[in-house]
Ligand binder design. Sequence first.
Ligand code: PMM
Length: 285
Amino acid sequence: MTSVPISVPGGPERCLVMGVVNVTPDSFSDGGMWFDPAAAIQHGLELVREGADIVDVGGESTRPGSARVSLEEELARVVPVIRALRAEGVTVSVDTMRAEVAAAAVEAGAQIVNDVSGGLADPEMPRVVAATGVTYVVMHWRGHSHDMYSRAVYADVVTEVREELSKRVDLVLAEGVTHEQIVLDPGLGFAKNAEHNWAVLAGIPKLTELGYPLLVGASRKRFLGRLLADPDGTPRPFSRSDDATLAVTALAAHAGAWCVRVHEVGPNADAVRVAAAWKRAGAGT
Ligand code: PMM
């Protein structure tokens, strides 16, 4: 098993696009839309046609306040979708905090394990990832969604996220994961309020100094709706925050993100190309 290529093969250096397929009834922006396996598979294939480099399949919602699903339910949601997408040649990532789900997903063809807990939720996860050799997305996380906002306390969010990610890296390396397998993610919205999220985005160059590719997941998150709130303070609904997501994608890609995780792939695939052209011109190439 080899890791997913970190840069675009044969093409100009650009940020990758990960399209989201939430096989859940309750995810924040698309809960219930792709809950049926056949609909999820079709949606994944559509995302690839729109320009996704990777399709991220998740069976457990991490929306603020959400309860956990059982292992059996999570397996039943993701494995058939992953197997079908892989059979169509899609590069698949599994969004899970459970080692058993990660192992079954890799067996079904997933080439990336996207663990929003960075190995904290299931201590077996780093060993399973090490044994399979697949790419491992280690996200910054301070606890499960039901009470994560109580942990959104920082003196200097960029420094603390960087230090906490660095500790996770040391731990997963000690469990046998290799440097080449690791991708880091600052975990926008996970134990972070809007102010923290903006600081983390502005801190992308500092986070990339850790020496690992950086994944950024801003798509349709609440802090965008809050920024675009009506004059009376009503947040913009997620269904009208895709343009703001696009702006974050362009800026994050320009700032050095390796990949953006998004719900609406087509325009974001355009945005990463704009950022790449801008960077190339700036580098005089
Ligand atoms: N966000 C969500 C789920 N999975 N994975 C990574 N690596 N990074 C993220 O920011 C992230 C994630 C929650 O968003 P959704 O419910 O809209 O999918």
